[in-house]
Design a binder for this molecule. Structure first.
Ligand code: HEC
Ligand code: HEC
Ligand code: HEC
Length: 441
């Protein structure tokens, strides 16, 4: 029987843990104080290439399981800089990412594992992947003197947060509630989330007012987070930074029992008030998009096909299955079906046409425990997905010969067949933007 992972989430967690552990062991095996520069390729290949790839293109063996994806060093955009929007970063910026890592992502902090010399050498090594570092100069931003945090500055910042329309992406009070642009894409074609600004431990560029001010000046290249350098006065940006810093709530791991209870009560109330938010969060953690969004050979989501299905999966003995179009399109997507049809597919493995789904690749038996509220929330969220026309082909049998030979190998030979997942879209919309030249920037 094909092996079915008990939860894709665990696959991600384990893959990341293994890679980090491997990196740590590899790093510790290095001769410590100062590795000669000749060793830097070796050091990079041992510590960084699992995620960033030996060629620096961000497609190392672990990359598929990671969100956000490891940086492609050959393309140019860097997110966390002290330089103007669109500019290359300074060496210090790169050093900071390497030494302190990027919180909330799989990018580890290397300080303490690698020597200063090794980290500096890696910065130089990473730069040589992109010709921009020889052609361009970084354009550093000089911060103006900080506006000291005070109730008056925070109040001004709150008003500027409104005028600058931060809430369109980050929601009211930074909580994500009321955001109109909830589903955002980065330049690499992946979904990105505008951070919940009340959870500053997820800020990758740092959580102090000075760090936040810098993000507002520089923007985050490659993502929808714009630079406000030209649209707002510096004092206002400092006020906004003070306001955002003031929104920080306590992380759950620092809360007392009473605070925890109050926190989860608020969260439950919020989810009850907004099933779509709850549904979005469930669909993310349950990784529905992983199987229902087609990707190209490099693992990048095909543009315009978010949740549009069309991912072909080969289950050797049982033939091919293609994931369903989950968008609200009323000819080819879930728009055709009632809520109950969707819930029945999800929790009992019975498709809209009454046919039965195998318990893999989609592990619906594990979804059977979803509470009725959570089922409703998932449906409510799926209903908000913009319609995409992508007709999905019917399941195809394996053919008698493959069926018999593979069944024989499986039952008599004890052979285990993995599930093969194909790149590309098997649905009627084809493979938009999958030409590598079109994806080049
Ligand atoms: C476990 C996977 C993993 C390993 C190992 C790893 N990285 Fe990363 N790295 C990432 C991810 C993921 C990102 C992108 C995070 C984001 O987009 O916020 C990243 C981003 C970066 C960035 C870009 C920061 C920016 O501002 O855009 C640099 C530089 C970097 N890594 C260097 C390294 C170096 C050098 C090593 C080896 C010492 C390394 N990484 C090892 C996962 C990894
Ligand atoms: C068009 C949508 C959009 C708007 C408008 C926007 N942001 Fe963002 N913001 C994002 C996204 C997306 C990210 C996450 C980017 C990433 O790291 O992948 C982000 C990240 C951030 C972060 C985290 C930075 C870090 O270090 O990780 C802060 C703080 C922030 N935004 C504050 C603001 C403030 C304040 C405003 C208004 C002045 C604003 N944003 C306007 C989309 C937006
Ligand atoms: C491991 C891959 C995988 C994951 C994860 C996954 N699905 Fe599926 N899903 C499939 C495949 C493949 C099919 C088509 C099966 C078939 O045709 O027999 C499918 C079918 C469906 C259908 C049936 C539509 C119809 O035709 O009636 C629905 C609804 C659905 N998925 C929703 C979801 C939701 C919601 C999630 C997340 C909670 C999810 N899926 C997670 C692979 C997956």
């Amino acid at each position: 029987m094909p092996r079915v992972s008990p939860g894709l989430r665990w696959v991600f967690v384990c893959a990341t843990a293994i890679v980090v552990l491997y990196g740590v062991i590899a790093a510790m095996a290095q001769p410590s104080p100062a590795a000669p520069p000749a060793d830097v390729k070796h050091l990079y290949d041992a510590s960084c290439a699992d995620c960033h790839g030996t060629d620096g293109r961000g497609r190392g063996p672990a990359a598929d399981a990671l969100n956000p994806s490891p940086r492609d060093f050959t393309r140019g955009p860097y997110k966390f800089r002290s330089t103007a929007s669109g500019s290359i970063p300074t060496d210090e910026d790169l050093y900071r990412a390497v030494a302190y890592g990027l919180p909330g992502t799989s990018m580890p902090a290397w300080k303490g594992l690698l020597s200063e010399t090794q980290m500096r050498a890696l910065v130089a090594y990473v730069k040589q992947f992109s010709p921009r570092f020889t052609a361009d100069q970084p354009a550093p931003i000089k911060p103006t003197p900080a506006v000291v945090a005070s109730p008056a500055s925070i109040e001004k910042g709150r008003l500027a947060y409104g005028t600058l329309a931060c809430g369109a992406c980050h929601g009211d009070g930074g909580t994500g509630v009321g955001a109109v642009a909830a589903v955002l894409k980065d330049d690499w074609g992946y979904d990105v989330e505008a951070q919940n600004l009340t959870e500053p431990w997820t800020f990758r560029g740092g959580r102090t007012a000075a760090d936040i001010y810098m993000r507002l000046k520089t923007g985050i290249n490659g993502t929808p987070m714009p630079s406000f350098a030209d649209t707002a006065k510096d004092d206002d940006l400092w006020n906004v930074a003070n306001y955002v810093a003031s929104l920080a709530r306590k992380p759950v791991w620092e809360m007392t029992a009473d605070e925890l209870k109050a926190h989860y009560t608020r969260q439950t109330e919020r989810y009850a008030a907004s099933p779509v938010d709850r549904g979005r969060s469930l669909v993310r953690t349950m990784a529905c998009g992983h199987c229902h969004t087609p990707v190209d050979r490099e693992g990048r989501a095909l543009p315009g096909l978010n949740f549009a299905g069309g991912v072909k999966m080969r289950l050797v003995v049982w033939g091919d299955r293609v994931s369903a179009n989950l968008t609200s399109d009323n000819e080819t997507g879930l728009g055709r079906y009632g809520d109950d049809d969707i819930k029945r597919a999800l929790t009992r493995g019975i498709k809209h046409d009454g046919s039965r789904m195998l318990p893999f690749p989609m592990g619906w038996p594990a979804y059977a425990h979803l509470t009725p509220q959570d089922q409703d929330a998932i449906v409510a969220y799926l209903r908000t997905l913009p319609p995409v026309k992508n007709q999905i082909p019917l399941p195809a049998g394996p053919g008698v010969f493959t069926y018999l030979t593979s069944k024989f190998q499986m039952l008599i030979g004890g052979k285990d067949f993995p599930i093969v997942i194909f790149a590309g879209n098997a649905g009627s919309a084809g493979n938009p933007g999958s030409n590598p030249a079109a994806a080049q920037r």
